[in-house]
Design a protein around this ligand. Structure first.
Ligand SMILES: [Zn+2]
Length: 159
């Protein structure tokens, strides 16, 4: 299935985040079956609140297209978009969003709010949830589990 193929590429982006000690979230933007932009979470390195995977990918796609409009694109992201990213998706007119794991604490593509398919806005983005959702969620839970065990294993400091 095509959606799974591109979601796997988004997962590869998430792996890059993990390799850099970031929460593993990745995104790709596809136009005419071609990846035109990608991004992964870089919030710790950049210390910017906007450094979410899909936000970075949207900015790169804008640059690539030379346009703020991404009307023929599909966004793939491993975690359900937060309110900021859902806003950027609407602002860039992306018509379709495919996400992996649901985010019960911040998700605005159906979990907490459904900002993308609310036709009171001037743009609606179709959402395909849960594509390779378990695999995307496993990456996240594995990351947080190993973070916790690293903390536990830290030796006590003797003075
Ligand atoms: Zn976000």
């Amino acid at each position: 299935m095509e959606d799974e193929y591109f979601m796997k590429l988004a997962m590869k982006e998430a792996e890059k985040a993990e390799a850099e000690g970031e929460v593993p979230i990745g995104a790709v933007i596809v136009k005419d079956d071609k990846v035109i932009a990608s991004g992964y979470n870089q919030r710790e390195q950049s210390q910017r609140a906007s450094s979410h995977a899909e936000f970075i990918a949207i900015e790169r796609a804008n640059e690539y297209e030379g346009s703020w409009r991404l009307e023929d694109c599909t966004l793939y992201v491993t975690l359900e978009p937060c309110p900021m990213c859902a806003g950027a998706i609407l602002q860039s007119r992306i018509p379709r969003v495919v996400y992996g794991a649901a985010d019960p604490k911040a998700g605005c593509a159906g979990s907490l709010y459904q900002l993308l398919e609310d036709n009171r806005f001037n743009h609606v983005s179709e959402v395909a949830p849960g594509v390779l959702g378990d695999a995307c969620g496993d990456m996240l839970s594995h990351f947080f589990r190993s973070l916790r065990s690293k903390k536990k294993k830290k030796p006590a400091v003797d003075n």
